[in-house]
Design a protein around this ligand. Structure first.
Ligand code: PHE
Length: 356
């Protein structure tokens, strides 16, 4: 039996040594040798059957075997635990992974900027659906069936049905809002609009507009001028001048196209000595590249709400007056930042986007 004990000890130590640092493997060995039916436990049971005078000597040997195996296993288990901790430890001396901070898209930045000017003047932000009906996109706005913008070439009609289209401007929200609300109110409506234009440096089939609408019992054209002048000065600088040119929109009467003094040649961008309306530089013969020599650039369409529109939404045109305007956001951003091509906004090129 002494030989058997020695042999078991050798085998156990060898197995424990080669078990590596796997906790599962070490636990299996503990069960194999020291468990209830383990090899060492079985030895004690065998010893009980020995003649009384042999028991003490063998008992000492089995006890010694038990403590050898136990301490060999304990040593290994402690090592395994330590190496587990090491794997979890963070090496603070390793180079870090730099985060790439995102930023707000220049179009969104421009929308936010424009909206905050109007919010400071008491306007509320309202939004409307991008999928519209002919009623809101055209009819309620007094755009007749024969109007060129109702042609399939100028509006995206949705295939499934003749009734739905992608709104070609944000003006339908004027009618939607008026149907559900009573004056007085002043709202601005930022959002995407769609037109099947061939894409080039200044056209995109999708772009953003901001619509404005103010209605009360006493809104006048001078209110429109005052509000737009504050907007233009806040966005393009205090020296910015504004002019209204007579124009036509079916949903406003009278209507105007609104220009600002060119921010490149007629405005604060150049020192006063270099400013010369329409010229690349004061006294120069070369025309300004931004306004083409006119000294003015168009930024929006506007007018007094057509009484027919009021009637279409259930208002009494004798009792209310209002103004409306609509501007293209990309155009404003292009002018403000001197961006050469509208497509840059939508190509997701980080080299472009990270400049804003
Ligand atoms: N909806 C017009 C456009 O898209 C702009 C506009 C809005 C003009 C409101 C006048 C009043 O061109």
């Amino acid at each position: 039996m002494k030989d058997q004990i020695r042999q078991i000890e050798q085998e156990a130590l060898k197995e424990i040594a080669s078990a590596g640092l796997s906790m599962d493997a070490l636990e299996a060995l503990r069960v194999k040798y020291l468990g209830r039916k383990g090899t060492v436990t079985e030895l004690f049971k065998t010893m009980a059957l020995l003649p009384p005078d042999e028991k003490p000597g063998i008992g000492v040997l089995i006890n010694a075997l038990k403590s050898t195996v136990t301490s060999a296993l304990d040593g290994r288990i402690a090592g395994a635990a330590r190496s587990g901790e090491e794997a979890d430890r963070v090496d603070v001396t390793l180079p870090g992974i730099a985060g790439k901070p995102g930023r707000i898209h220049p179009v969104t930045q421009t929308i936010n900027q424009i909206c905050s000017v109007f919010i400071s003047l008491g306007f509320k932000i309202v939004e409307g659906p991008e999928i519209e009906t002919e009623r809101y996109n055209f009819e309620a706005l007094n755009i007749p069936l024969e109007h060129p913008s109702r042609d399939a070439f100028d509006t995206f009609y949705l295939k499934s049905s003749e009734k739905y289209l992608l709104r070609s401007h944000t003006s339908p929200v004027q009618a939607r809002f008026m149907e559900k609300n009573k004056p007085p109110f002043s709202i601005i409506v930022p959002g995407k609009v769609y037109r099947p234009d061939a894409t080039d440096a200044s056209h995109s089939f999708m772009f953003h507009q901001i619509e404005g609408l103010a209605v009360s019992d006493s809104i006048r054209f001078s209110d429109l001028k005052g509000v737009l002048e504050i907007f233009a000065k806040q966005l393009f600088g205090k020296e910015t001048k504004m002019r209204f040119r007579p124009s036509f929109f079916p949903f406003t009467e009278p209507s105007a196209e609104v220009d600002i003094s060119c921010i490149l040649c007629s405005n604060q961008r150049l020192p006063p000595a270099k400013q010369g309306a329409g010229q690349a530089e004061a006294g120069s013969q070369k025309r300004c590249s931004l306004c083409g020599g006119k000294g003015w650039i168009e930024i929006l369409g506007a007018g007094m709400v057509n009484p027919k529109v009021f009637k279409n939404v259930g208002y009494d045109p004798e009792k209310v007056t209002g103004f409306a305007f609509g501007m293209g956001v990309e155009r404003i951003a292009i002018l403000k930042y001197g961006i050469p091509d509208i497509r840059l906004f939508f190509e997701n090129d980080v080299r472009f986007l990270k400049q804003f």
